[in-house]
Write a protein that binds this ligand. Structure first.
Ligand code: HMH
Length: 213
C-alpha cells in the first residue's frame, strides 16, 4: 500500500497533536496571550512565510503539469498573505526586518534543504506545513478579537479546500514513489511536525527572558 497523507496523520498522532495544539493557540482563544508573545509570532511568521513562498516557487518548478494550477493559486494567496502581514505589523508598529530567531532559522533551513528533495517529498512537506496551520488555528474554537482574522486566514473554507487539494497532489506523487522516497517523505512530515511545535514554543516563550522564570 502506498504512503498517503492520511496514513502519516494516523501513524503519528502524538507528533501531529504537538504540531497543532499549543498554549499559544489556547492563549489566543482564552485571551490570556501577552502582546509580546503574539507580536513575536507575527514577525517571525512573516519571515517564515517569505521563505515558504520561495520554497513553493521551487516546488512549482519540479511539479508535473497537472499540479501547476494548485501551486500557482497557492503562490497567489501567499502574495496576498505577505501584504497582509505587512499591514498587521504596521498596525502594531512592529519591525519586520528583525533577525530570524534560531527556531525560525532552523525551519527556513529545512525548507531550503528540500530544494534537492524529490517532488513527492516536497509535495508532502507543503501539504503538512499548510495543514498544520489549517488545523492549529481552528482546533481551539472561535477566536476572539484581535485573533479572529488570524484564525480565519488559515481556517476559512477556501483555505481548507486548498489544503485538501495539496493532500491529493501529495498522494498522487507518493502513489508511484519508491520505498526510499516514501521514507524521505515520512521523515519530512515528522520534521515539519517537530518544527511546528518548536515554532509555537518560540513565540510563547518570548517575554520570559530575564524575569526569573
Ligand atoms: C510556522 N507554519 C508556520 N507558519 C505558517 N504561516 C504556516 C505554517 C502556514 O503557511
Amino acid at each position: 500500500m502506498p504512503l498517503t497523507c492520511q496514513t502519516l496523520i494516523q501513524t503519528y498522532p502524538a507528533a501531529w497533536e504537538k504540531a497543532t495544539t499549543h498554549p499559544f493557540l489556547t492563549g489566543c482563544h482564552s485571551g490570556t496571550l501577552q502582546p509580546v508573545q503574539f507580536n513575536t509570532w507575527l514577525v517571525q511568521d512573516f519571515l517564515f512565510v517569505k521563505a515558504f513562498t520561495r520554497m513553493v516557487g521551487r516546488v512549482l518548478a519540479a511539479a508535473p503539469d497537472d499540479h501547476i494550477d494548485v501551486l500557482l493559486a497557492g503562490l497567489g494567496a501567499l502574495k496576498d498573505e505577505l501584504l497582509w502581514f505587512e499591514a498587521k505589523a504596521s498596525e502594531r508598529s512592529l519591525n519586520l526586518s528583525a533577525p530570524l530567531q534560531p527556531t525560525c532559522q532552523r525551519y527556513c533551513e529545512f525548507m531550503a534543504s528540500l530544494a534537492i528533495a524529490s517532488y513527492p517529498v516536497q509535495a508532502t512537506a507543503i501539504w503538512a506545513i499548510e495543514y498544520a496551520y489549517n488545523q492549529g488555528w481552528q482546533l481551539p474554537g472561535p477566536m476572539p478579537a484581535p485573533y479572529t482574522e488570524f484564525a480565519d486566514r488559515w481556517g476559512n473554507p477556501g483555505f481548507t479546500d486548498y489544503v485538501r487539494l495539496l493532500a491529493a497532489q501529495a498522494d498522487a506523487a507518493l502513489s508511484t514513489a519508491s520505498p526510499d522516497v516514501e521514507a524521505q517523505a515520512e521523515a519530512a512530515f515528522l520534521r515539519v511536525a517537530e518544527l511546528e511545535a518548536a515554532f509555537w514554543q518560540m513565540a510563547f516563550a518570548s517575554g520570559d527572558e530575564g524575569m526569573g522564570r
